[in-house]
Design a protein around this ligand. Structure first.
Ligand SMILES: *[C@@H]1O[C@H](CO)[C@@H](O)[C@H](O)[C@H]1NC(C)=O
Length: 486
């Protein structure tokens, strides 16, 4: 290299320049090929690309397209430069570009429920305007960072964020705070405040998207509700070692080497380990919850001490007051006690201390309750415990399945369903035997969610048949390790 430089430095520079121009020309060609390939999906900034696997899941019919072209398009390297300082700058830019891979879209549909943007480089968050300035970034994107992407009502309570490339005309604001952690932006709007939505829309997706950073992640929360954050603070403190930033009300320009905007949804209350970096799963989420709330029981095994009261299996009844109420709760308690259960009744509401209730649930071996947000507390049950979902009258099995039955498996919780029959519901007192509400629930479902909810969820109370329920509880008992250990 040295002799070449001596021989003719200017000549070498000229050759270098030609190489650069050629390389730029080549990359432009490659990029335009990619662009035309992605064109049907990526043209509009607010219409993120749908990835192959996800598209199969979604109901939308879309054209076939492969990711391969994007992978072969790793940027053409620019080399042959002599000046050391310049080489260094270029190497940096190149490393950055490669780490970011501009041939892939920054924002994409990470599931049919969620859009996620991932960027690296020079990332500047200006919370007041919900803007993230990013260098390098191929195009502007818009995203609502909440996992209910087709739910217009939920999203009407979620602020939209804009990801903008740096531009010479309007340079990005200077950093007022530098961070070394990864930024993670999500919204506290939507349906938060409902226990089920707290977990399935926010807490589990935030876990999915942030657990891989090993607490080196800075949460920036949009539409932040202070009471909600303090309710779940112990969980956030397991995921991040930094204080949460109320980003909409923040005048700083926070700078990061990396950002994730919009957490990723996998499935209801669940984690698809095959899609996480490192293969972490719902079991890891539950372990994290146990650490956060100091829950002692990983599994529903009775303690070894034969004098311990805990040798009696504990039944927790999730009680409700305003709808889907058990009208014979007292009798249910007595019946369960006669079977040998140590029975507790809990009624979680919005003011419930999460840690306290989590400990109660974790102490239970069987949890029984009518379909409703309260059953989300299953996340705290020890492995091997039994969840009994009481499904109100009205053809609601599909709802019961999607919300609590399916998640139970990954949580290693046994699941039993108890279906309310006509003689166990107050609906049979409100409607004539021939009324469609009793005769043909699906005709009500067809009128939409609001009709279904009003009739079958809001205006129904339950009186489970004690004999039938007893059989269900005995079935639960047989599933417990208690029944095998002596
Ligand atoms: C943040 O980092 C940049 C680049 O290293 C530096 O120029 C700037 O002064 C830093 N700003 C603050 C507030 O520390």
């Amino acid at each position: 290299m040295k002799s070449q430089r001596n021989f003719s430095r200017t000549e070498a520079k000229r050759v270098g320049n030609v190489t650069i121009i050629l390389a730029i020309f080549l990359s432009l060609c490659v990029l335009s090929i990619i662009k035309s390939h992605f064109a049907p999906y990526a043209v509009k900034s607010d219409e993120p690309v749908v990835f192959e696997e996800e598209r199969k899941e979604s109901l939308k019919i879309e054209k076939e397209e492969t990711k391969e072209t994007a992978e072969t398009a790793d940027s053409a390297a620019i080399e042959d430069e002599d000046d050391e300082a310049e080489t260094e700058t270029k190497a940096k830019a190149e490393a950055q570009a490669q780490a970011v891979d501009l041939s892939k879209p920054t924002c994409y549909e990470s599931s049919r429920r969620s859009d996620t943007c991932e960027a690296a480089g020079d990332v500047r968050v200006q919370g007041r305007t919900q803007t993230v300035y990013i260098q390098p970034l191929a195009q502007e994107w818009k995203i609502k960072p909440y996992c209910r992407k087709h739910d217009a009502f939920a999203l009407s309570h979620v602020k939209e964020w804009t990801l903008k490339p740096f531009s010479a005309a309007r340079p990005p604001p200077p950093c007022t705070r530098n961070h070394s952690a990864t930024a993670m932006i999500f919204s506290n709007g939507g349906f938060t405040g409902n226990l089920f939505h707290d977990y399935t829309d926010v807490l589990v997706p935030v876990f999915i998207s942030s657990f891989r950073y090993d607490a080196e992640v800075q949460f920036l929360v949009s539409s932040l509700k202070p009471w909600w954050i303090s309710k779940y603070l112990l969980i956030f403190q397991q995921l991040s070692k930094y204080d949460i930033i109320d980003v909409d009300n923040d005048d700083e320009v926070h700078c990061f080497p990396r950002a994730v905007v919009g957490p990723t949804f996998h499935k209801e209350l669940g984690v698809d380990a095959g899609k996480t970096a490192g293969g972490y799963s719902a079991a890891d989420f539950r372990k994290l919850l146990r650490r956060a709330f100091g829950l002692e029981r990983a599994a529903a095994a009775p303690s070894g001490d034969q004098w311990d009261i805990r040798r009696r299996p504990r039944l927790l009844i999730i009680s409700r007051k305003n709808s889907r109420t058990f009208l014979n709760e007292r009798a249910m308690v007595d019946m369960a006690t006669s079977l040998g259960f140590d029975v507790r009744v809990g009624e979680p509401d919005i003011n419930t201390d999460v840690a306290k209730f989590a400990r109660l649930v974790n102490s239970a071996d069987v949890m029984v309750g009518a379909h409703g947000a309260g059953l989300t507390n299953m996340v705290f049950l020890p492995a091997g415990a039994v969840l009994i979902q009481i499904v109100p009258f009205g053809g609601l099995e599909w709802l019961a399945r999607g919300t609590f039955q399916e998640p139970a498996k990954d949580m290693e919780i046994h699941y039993i369903e108890y279906k309310i029959r006509l003689d166990e519901t107050t609906l049979s007192e409100q409607y004539h035997t021939d009324h469609p509400v009793l005769k043909d629930p699906f005709s009500v479902h067809k009128q939409g969610w609001d009709a279904l909810k009003t009739v079958y969820l809001d205006k129904q109370n339950l009186r489970p048949h004690l004999g039938r329920l007893k059989n269900t509880l005995l079935e639960a008992l047989r599933l417990l390790p208690h029944s095998h250990s002596h």
